[in-house]
Design a binder for this molecule. Structure first.
Ligand SMILES: C[S@@+](CC[C@H](N)C(=O)[O-])C[C@H]1O[C@@H](n2cnc3c(N)ncnc32)[C@H](O)[C@@H]1O
Length: 298
C-alpha cells in the first residue's frame, strides 16, 4: 500500500488533511474511524438568488455543487456512503447533513447499504436569511441523519451529557442553533461552512475524547476544528485546494492557546460540558503523537 501524501498535519498529528478526491482516496487505506461526519454537495447551484446584508446575491456555491439529475445524485450518494461504511468501526456512527434536495436520497442509500438510521435531526436556524420571493415559507432548516453501521451492533451515545446540555431534560431531535458567527470567518469563509456549535454537539453526543473522526467532504474543516477543540482526532479530505488552505489556516489559528480557549468559551455546549466532565479539558499528560499509518509527511 503506497503512502498517501498529507496536505497538512498539525504538530500533534491530531489534525490531518488530504487534498484530493474522496472517491479515489478512500479505497487506498484500511484505517477504521469511530465517527464520520459528511456534509456532501447538495447539488443546489443552479443560478438561485438570496439576500445577504441587504443585497441580492447569487447563491451558487461552485462547480462542485452544480445541479445533477436525481439518478446522478443517487449514484453519487450510494458510492461515497458505501466507501465510508468500509472506513467505519463496527460500533461507529455516521452523520450526514442535507436539505430536502438530497436528504431523501441519502436516507434511501443508507438503508440500501445496511446502515441503521438512528435519528434525523432538524437543525432549526435561529437566524435564517429571508425568502425574497415571498411565495414560500422562509427556508430555515437543514436535516442531519445519524446512522450506525449495523442493525444490531450498539453505538455510543452520551445521553447524560446531552440531557445536561438541554437543561436537564432529554435532548430532542430539533436543535435550535444559529448559522455561523463572524468570529468563525476569521480565516475567510467557505460558501457552505457549518457552525462550530453544530459540530460540537454532534461530536460530544457520539464520541469520547481521543476518538478518530473522518470528514470526506471537509471544506474548511469545521469538523476537524470542533474535533480538536474537544480533544478528538481528525482526518479530512477536500478536493479543492483553496478550501484545504482555509482548513490549514483555521487549524494553525488554534495552535495559539488563547484563541483555542476563546473559541471553546464561545461554544455554549462546550461550556456546559465542562460543568459535568470535570476532567474533560484539564491539562493532561500529552499523549504520544499517533500518526495515521497510511499518511506521509507533507
Ligand atoms: C458542503 S461543502 C462542506 C463544507 C464543510 N462542512 C465546512 O464546514 O466547511 C462540501 C465540500 O466537499 C468538497 N468535495 C466535493 N466533492 C468532493 C470529493 N469527491 N472529494 C473530496 N471533496 C469533495 C467540495 O469542494 C466542498 O468544499
Amino acid at each position: 500500500m503506497a503512502l498517501i501524501r498529507a496536505y497538512y498535519k498539525s504538530p500533534d498529528h491530531d489534525f490531518n488533511l488530504i487534498h484530493g478526491d474522496s472517491f479515489e482516496l478512500l479505497p487506498q487505506f484500511n484505517f477504521k474511524f469511530d465517527m464520520i461526519f459528511a456534509d456532501p454537495p447538495y447539488f443546489l447551484s443552479s443560478g438561485g438568488i438570496s439576500v445577504q446584508n441587504g443585497k441580492i446575491v447569487c447563491v451558487d456555491k461552485g462547480d462542485w455543487d452544480k445541479s445533477m439529475s436525481q439518478g446522478e445524485v443517487n449514484a453519487f450518494n450510494l458510492k461515497w456512503l458505501s466507501l465510508c461504511r468500509e472506513k467505519l468501526k463496527d460500533n461507529g456512527t455516521i452523520w450526514i447533513s442535507g436539505t430536502y434536495h438530497n436528504i431523501f436520497s441519502v436516507a434511501n442509500c443508507l438503508t440500501q447499504l445496511g446502515y441503521k438510521i438512528l435519528n434525523v435531526i432538524t437543525w432549526a436556524k435561529t437566524n435564517p436569511p429571508p425568502n425574497i420571493s415571498c411565495r414560500y415559507f422562509t427556508y430555515s432548516t437543514e436535516f442531519i441523519i445519524w446512522a450506525r453501521k449495523y442493525e444490531k451492533v450498539p453505538h455510543y451515545y452520551d445521553y447524560e451529557l446531552m440531557k445536561h446540555i438541554n437543561g436537564d431534560t432529554q435532548m430532542t431531535d430539533v436543535w435550535r442553533l444559529p448559522a455561523i458567527a463572524p468570529w468563525e470567518k476569521s480565516c475567510t469563509k467557505h460558501p457552505t461552512q457549518k457552525p462550530l456549535g453544530l459540530l460540537s454537539r454532534i461530536i460530544l453526543a457520539s464520541t469520547e475524547p481521543g476518538a478518530w473522526i473522518l470528514d470526506p467532504f471537509a471544506g474548511s474543516s469545521t469538523t476537524g476544528i470542533a474535533a480538536n477543540l474537544l480533544e478528538r482526532r481528525f482526518l479530512g479530505i477536500e478536493k479543492e485546494e483553496k478550501f484545504a488552505a482555509i482548513s490549514k489556516a483555521r487549524r494553525e489559528e488554534i495552535e495559539n492557546i488563547k484563541i483555542f480557549e476563546t473559541y471553546r468559551r464561545k461554544i455554549p455546549d462546550i461550556v456546559k460540558a465542562e460543568d459535568t466532565q470535570t476532567d474533560m479539558f484539564k491539562c493532561r499528560e500529552p499523549e504520544p503523537a499517533m500518526s495515521l499509518p497510511f499518511l506521509d509527511d507533507c
